[in-house]
Design a protein around this ligand. Structure first.
Ligand SMILES: [Zn+2]
Ligand SMILES: [Zn+2]
Length: 86
């Protein structure tokens, strides 16, 4: 058992999240893990819960936000290409 480092809940199904730097964090639910760990879009400030996009080491929630902030390389980012339903 572990105590969630965000809300303090001591929960039997708490889980660990290990980062690339080797740090270990304990949470009782995904919502608390997102609150603590998710990167924040540098354009619109939403928590990036899905893949998001990374441009020159900066994180964005979507291609639009990347293009809005990162002029040259951001211009290469696309959410989708090709055919789509009319
Ligand atoms: Zn929690
Ligand atoms: Zn955004």
């Amino acid at each position: 058992m572990a105590t969630c480092e965000v809300c303090g809940n001591d929960y039997w199904m708490a889980f660990e999240v290990r980062t690339v730097s080797g740090d270990v964090h304990n949470f009782d639910c995904f919502e608390c893990a997102i609150q603590k760990m998710a990167p924040i879009c540098e354009h619109c400030q939403v928590k990036i819960v899905g893949h998001g996009v990374e441009v020159s080491g900066r994180f964005f929630c979507c291609a639009h936000c990347a293009r809005a902030v990162e002029g040259t390389q951001g211009a290469e980012i696309r959410d989708a290409i090709g055919a789509r339903p009319a």
